[in-house]
Design a protein around this ligand. Structure first.
Ligand code: NDP
Length: 292
């Protein structure tokens, strides 16, 4: 029997609809419009697409979208001054600086300049520390989306063996923290892990965030496991451009109990969670109850 396909697209549409309903209530009852500012420096084609999608989704749920497109040669002082301005702007509840930044800019310095309360990407060192110590924080959107899908599928995650392949600051590490927070037994694997296949086969929950097309194959999946594929890799196959994950879908789906597809799995959840985080930041800024 094949795996259940976890439909991230439908799940994300549901999250966006709930955010939109809450935004409408905020407007009507409080006269408050949540606002998201997105800063893009340079001309990276993938980043431009992401920023365009974020803008459209923000407008769609009734929030205000503030786009700041700066030339690739923008200096650090100028970028920091913009962030200071956004930090002080009461109409802006969330700030996102699209990564990667051009090489001459120090990403850590820039991200850590964002007011942690407006850091809807959850990358500020304060939010990283709060998440790591189990305190209320802004949670990075991609792992948050993965967690929501896992909770929805499993109910309780406590006691399950989770293996996260990848230890980046934006996906792997926060994903592991979130799973630990839900009382999974967590293993983080990376490029120096020995016998990766054997480590992966122990997983009831296997999260692939590697950045290598179709690297996780069916023989690495425990029968019945839930496989979350974070990877977005553009490859060429049979002369055509194609988007594939870090998981070899067909072989993994033949063994897994549930699996997220690429596209249509984790990707749409990331933007939905960005909107949810912006709404949360807005509610916190106004001393209002947070969304469920
Ligand atoms: P990074 O390149 O920052 O990290 C990749 C991680 O994978 C590293 O920890 C690396 O280990 C590990 N790794 C690399 N090769 C191997 C290997 N052969 N065996 C085991 N581990 C390995 O990537 P990101 O975390 O930023 O992204 C991961 C993937 O997720 C990418 O495909 C990216 O496009 C996608 N992504 C998708 C998002 C979405 O919205 N769906 C959002 C963000 C990312 P080491 O640390 O030892 O080098």
């Amino acid at each position: 029997m094949g795996a259940k396909v976890i439909d991230g697209k439908a799940f994300a549409a549901d999250v966006r609809a709930r955010v939109a309903a809450h935004v409408a209530r905020l407007k009507e009852e409080q006269g408050i419009v949540p606002g998201l500012a997105v800063v893009l420096v340079g001309e990276d084609p993938a980043s431009k697409v992401y920023v365009r999608n974020k803008h459209a989704s923000t407008i769609e749920v009734g929030m205000a979208s503030f786009e700041h497109r700066l030339p690739a040669e923008t200096g650090e002082a100028e970028l920091l001054a913009l962030i200071d301005k956004l930090n002080g702007d009461p109409a802006v509840h969330g700030i996102l600086v699209q990564l990667p930044l051009p090489g001459h800019l120090n990403s850590e310095l820039v991200i850590n300049r964002i007011d942690p309360a407006k850091d809807v990407d959850g990358f500020h060192i304060s939010n990283v520390g709060l998440l790591g110590t189990g305190q209320k924080s802004m949670v990075p959107c991609t792992p948050l989306g993965c967690l929501m899908m896992l909770r929805d599928h499993h109910g309780k995650l406590a006691g399950l063996n989770a293996v996260v392949v990848g230890r980046s600051n934006i996906v792997g590490k926060p994903m592991a923290q979130l799973l630990l927070g839900d009382s999974c037994t967590v293993t983080i694997a990376h490029s120096r892990t020995q016998d990766l296949a054997e480590v992966c086969r122990r997983a009831d929950i296997l999260v692939a965030a590697v950045g290598r097309p179709e690297m996780i194959t069916g023989d690495m999946v425990k029968p019945g496991a839930t496989v979350i594929d974070v990877g977005i890799n553009r490859i060429e196959r049979d002369g055509k451009a194609k988007l594939v994950g870090d998981v070899h879908y067909d072989s993994a789906a033949a063994v897994a109990g549930a699996i997220t597809p690429v596209p249509g799995g984790v990707g749409p959840m990331t933007i939905a969670c960005l909107l949810a985080n912006t709404l949360t930041a807005c509610c916190r800024a106004n001393g209002l109850p947070e969304p469920e």
